[in-house]
Design a binder for this molecule. Structure first.
Ligand code: JHZ
Length: 417
C-alpha cells in the first residue's frame, strides 16, 4: 500500500462512482502522478511530493468513464488552490453570454435566485449581480471565494454536499437557475451531488451544468485532461442515466468548444427531452461510447502521442534549441509528467495567473513566469500546454511569433505552428 493511502489521503475505488457496479474495465494507466494543481514553492523544491495512481476505467454497466483513485478533497482544493477562472477573457465572455441567456430565457428579476456550485472567483455570478438578480455562490477554495466577495458575489466557502444542499434550501430558498461549471466531475459523491441539486432546485427551475465531453477527449486524445481532480469523464449517455436516477431529466444539451469540447446540459424535474438530446445520445451510441471495445486502442494512442512529443522535444534540444511552455494548467501537469518532460528540457512555463507565477509545476518542477518572459527570453519553441486556448494565446503572443518564435501544439498530435 502506498504511503499516502496509509495516511488516508486517498482511496482506490472498486465500484462505479455512478451506478455502484463492480464491472469496471481498466482502459488507461497514467502511472503515479503528483496532484496537477499542487504547485510547489521554490523553497520546497527538494521535498518529496505526494504521488497518487492515475488509472482510468470504463463501467460496463452504466458506461461511465472514471478514475479509480479518490484523493481527499481537502487536499485537492483547500490551501492555495491556484485556479482562478477570471484569467481567461474568452472564458469570461462565454460565462457572461451564458448568464445573459439564462436571465432572458427565464425572465429572472430581483425576486429570483441563481445559485452556482463551484462559483470560484465570481466570474459568472457577477453578471447576474449587475442585473440586480440575487445570487449565491458556493465554493470550498478560500482564495477564489474571497475574490468573489470583492466583486459583490455572496459566497459560502464550503463543499457542496447533499447535507449542505438541505441547509441552503432552508436558509436561502430554492433556485430558479443552478449553475455548475466543471464541478460535477470533481466531486467525490457523484450521486449525492446530483441529489443535492434536486434539493435546491425550484419545481420549475433548471440546472445548467457544463463539463468536458468524453467524445472529443477520446477523438482528439485529450488525455491530459485526466488528473485527480477529475473523477469522471462524461458522455451524455452516462449523464442521462445519472440524472434520471435522481428524478432529473436532461431535456436539452449544447455542445461547446470550451476546454477541448464540453457539454452544457439543462436538467429539469419534468421530462421534456428535445432533439438535441436524442440526437447526441444516438450519435454516441453509434460511435460505440457505451461499449468497452471502443476504448481498447486508447492507451496505445496516448502512448503514441507521448512518444512523438518526447521525440520532437528531444530533437529540438539536440539541435541546441531552447524550449519553453505556455500555461501552467492542470492539464499541463499531466502532459509533462506523463511524458517525462521536466525543467531540464523545458526551461520555464509562462502563465497569466499571478497566483501561479514564481511557483514550480508539480513533478516536472518547471518554473512559472509571467507571459512577458517569452519576449524577454525568446525561447525558440513554446509547448502550448493550455492548447484549449490556442486562438487566444496566438493572438496575445503575436509579438513573440513575429520574432520567429514557434508554438508546439501537443494534441491531437504534436504539431509545430
Ligand atoms: P485551463 C481548468 O483546468 C480548471 P486547467 C479545472 N481543473 C477544470 O475542471 C478544467 O479547467 C475544465 C492560463 N492562461 O483553464 C490560465 C494564460 O496564461 O485551460 C491557466 O493557468 N494566458 C477546475 O488548469 C491556464 O493558462 C491565457 O491567455 O487544465 C489555462 O488553464 C489563457 C487563456 C490562459 O485549464
Amino acid at each position: 500500500m502506498l504511503l499516502q493511502q496509509r495516511k488516508n489521503l486517498s482511496v482506490t475505488e472498486s465500484a462505479c462512482r455512478s451506478c455502484g457496479s463492480e464491472a469496471l474495465v481498466p482502459i488507461l494507466d497514467l502511472g503515479r502522478t503528483p496532484l496537477a494543481d499542487r504547485l510547489i514553492r521554490p523553497e520546497n523544491a527538494g521535498e518529496e511530493e505526494l504521488v497518487f495512481p492515475l488509472e482510468v476505467a470504463f463501467c460496463a454497466d452504466c458506461t461511465l468513464v472514471q478514475i479509480l483513485e479518490t484523493v481527499a478533497p481537502e487536499i485537492l482544493y483547500a490551501d492555495d488552490y491556484p485556479y482562478f477562472s477570471s484569467f481567461s477573457p474568452a472564458l469570461l465572455a462565454h460565462s457572461r453570454a451564458n448568464a445573459m441567456a439564462r436571465a432572458d430565457e427565464r425572465g429572472l428579476d430581483s425576486d429570483s435566485l441563481v445559485i452556482e456550485l463551484a462559483s470560484n472567483d465570481g466570474y459568472l455570478l457577477k453578471n447576474y449581480v449587475e442585473r440586480g438578480i440575487p445570487v449565491l455562490g458556493i465554493d470550498p477554495a478560500d482564495g477564489p471565494a474571497a475574490d468573489a466577495e470583492k466583486v459583490g458575489v455572496r459566497t459560502l466557502c464550503a463543499f457542496f454536499t447533499e447535507q449542505l444542499a438541505q441547509e441552503v434550501a432552508e436558509k436561502y430558498g430554492r433556485a430558479d437557475v443552478i449553475h455548475g461549471n466543471n464541478v460535477l466531475a470533481h466531486v467525490k459523491d457523484t450521486n449525492g451531488f446530483v441529489r443535492g441539486i434536486g434539493h435546491i432546485l425550484k419545481d420549475d427551475g433548471v440546472a445548467v451544468l457544463e463539463m468536458p465531453h468524453l467524445l472529443p477527449l477520446m477523438e482528439h486524445i485529450e488525455f491530459d485532461t485526466i488528473y485527480h481532480e477529475h473523477h469522471c469523464y462524461f458522455s451524455l449517455i452516462a449523464l442521462d442515466k445519472l440524472f434520471r436516477r435522481h428524478g432529473l431529466f436532461i431535456n436539452r444539451v449544447e455542445q461547446l468548444a470550451l476546454h477541448g469540447g464540453s457539454l452544457r446540459i439543462f436538467a429539469e424535474r419534468t421530462e421534456n427531452v428535445d432533439a438535441s438530446v436524442t440526437e447526441l445520445l444516438a450519435h454516441e451510441r453509434a460511435i460505440g461510447l457505451d461499449s468497452a471495445d471502443y476504448y481498447r486502442e486508447f492507451a496505445a494512442r496516448v502512448a503514441g502521442l507521448r512518444d512523438k512529443l518526447v521525440a520532437l522535444v528531444g530533437q529540438l534540444r539536440a539541435e541546441g534549441k531552447r524550449v519553453a511552455a505556455y500555461g501552467a494548467a492542470a492539464k499541463g501537469a499531466t502532459m509533462v509528467n506523463y511524458c517525462g518532460l521536466d525543467h531540464t528540457q523545458i526551461d520555464f512555463v509562462v502563465d497569466r495567473n499571478v497566483n501561479k507565477q514564481g511557483l514550480l509545476m508539480p513533478g516536472a518542477k518547471i518554473p512559472i513566469m509571467a507571459p512577458e518572459a517569452l519576449l524577454e527570453k525568446r525561447p525558440d519553441y513554446v509547448l502550448v500546454l493550455a492548447w484549449n486556448f490556442i486562438d487566444e494565446i496566438v493572438a496575445q503572443q503575436a509579438g513573440y511569433l513575429a520574432t520567429g518564435g514557434k508554438f508546439i501544439v501537443p494534441v491531437p498530435e504534436p504539431k509545430v505552428l
